[in-house]
Design a binder for this molecule. Structure first.
Ligand code: 13P
Ligand code: SF4
Length: 303
């Protein structure tokens, strides 16, 4: 793998939910924001993206002159699939002064119809920067949207009715039940989780102050916190990286079943084949890429 990478002048970028053996061969591991920042600045000629399709597509949009590969093109995302671009187009026509904010978990075509892209790490900053009198359409994750609406107090924000099929299962009841079982643990929640604002409102009544964080935010938090025990409410693949980077901490998944079948399509063997055979090339139509890139770059001011 190392020899091939050097021969091809390639870099392997991997998301925090990837299988342990894939994480081990990555040059860079991170959340959606850091992976797109890394993709934007890499000097390598080839990027092998160990993650899901929209992530590789984002890397391709940011690097029109580089070869971006995904080891399995079927690695999708339930959020991406939920969007109806015709509705977004109509919303724009109905709201000429409106602002469309697309979560990064969207297709290139949806990003091209949007003013801003955001990730779980910078969504609050992006929405807060939009003048309060402008109507906003946020898509596609309803739980993340509700979280943003609650935190920013923004009334004029329409939220698309999409969900991540993994995080939607991490409901308020499930998270409350685990939090009660481990009253001394810090609770880290990905804002895509299906608890909406219930966790924000109910948990403090039990004396628990949950932290809502992106996957990278969770890794950093576990490393620096003085607490020893953490409940991790997100996809379980992240635990491997946390164990490596924060040894000695006790990490309790909020649900052992929180496993993204799309992320797990990327195996070590497929990463090797991708590098060796130059498959599967992620190509974005240039006009779509140009408009999507503008929306992605607008979010880079909010890190
Ligand atoms: P992060 O950007 O927090 O890593 O989240 C990506 C994702 O797909 C969550 O399910
Ligand atoms: Fe998409 Fe959910 Fe999988 Fe993340 S965990 S890639 S949001 S389906």
């Amino acid at each position: 793998m190392l020899r091939l990478k050097a021969e091809k002048n390639a870099v392997i970028l991997a998301h925090n939910y990837q299988l342990p053996e894939v994480q081990d061969v990555a040059d860079f591991l991170g959340d959606s924001l850091n992976l797109s920042l890394e993709a934007a600045k890499t000097k390598a000629q080839m990027i092998v993206f160990a993650g899901v399709y929209f992530m590789a597509e984002t890397a391709a949009i940011l690097n029109p002159d580089k070869k971006v590969l995904i080891p399995d093109p079927n690695a999708g995302c339930s959020l991406v699939d939920s969007v109806d671009n015709a509705y977004v187009q109509k919303w724009r026509e109905r709201h000429p002064d409106g602002v469309v904010v697309a979560y990064i978990n969207t297709s290139a075509a949806t990003k091209a119809l949007s003013d801003y892209v955001c990730t779980s790490a910078n969504c609050l900053k992006v929405v807060e920067a939009i003048p309060r009198d402008k109507p906003v359409l946020f898509l596609p994750d309803k739980y993340l949207g509700l979280y943003i609406k609650y935190k920013t107090g923004r009334e004029n924000m329409e939220i698309w009715n999409g969900e991540c099929y993994v995080h939607a299962e991490l409901s308020a009841d499930k998270i409350l039940e685990v939090a009660k079982r481990y009253p001394d643990a810090e609770l880290l929640i990905h804002p895509e989780c299906g608890c909406g604002t219930a966790c924000l409102l109910e948990l403090p009544k039990l004396g628990v102050e949950p932290k809502f964080l992106s996957t990278e935010g969770m890794v950093k938090y576990v490393k620096v916190s003085l607490k020893r025990r953490f409940i991790i409410a997100t996809e379980t693949g992240i635990i491997y990286r946390m164990q490596k980077e924060a040894p000695g901490k006790e990490l309790i998944p909020a649900s052992e079943g929180a496993i993204c079948k799309y992320m797990k399509l990327i195996t070590l063997e497929k990463v090797y084949r991708s590098l060796r055979d130059g498959v599967y090339h992620v190509v974005v139509e240039p006009e779509i890429a140009k408009r999507a890139k503008a929306a992605i770059e607008r979010m880079f001011q909010f890190q």
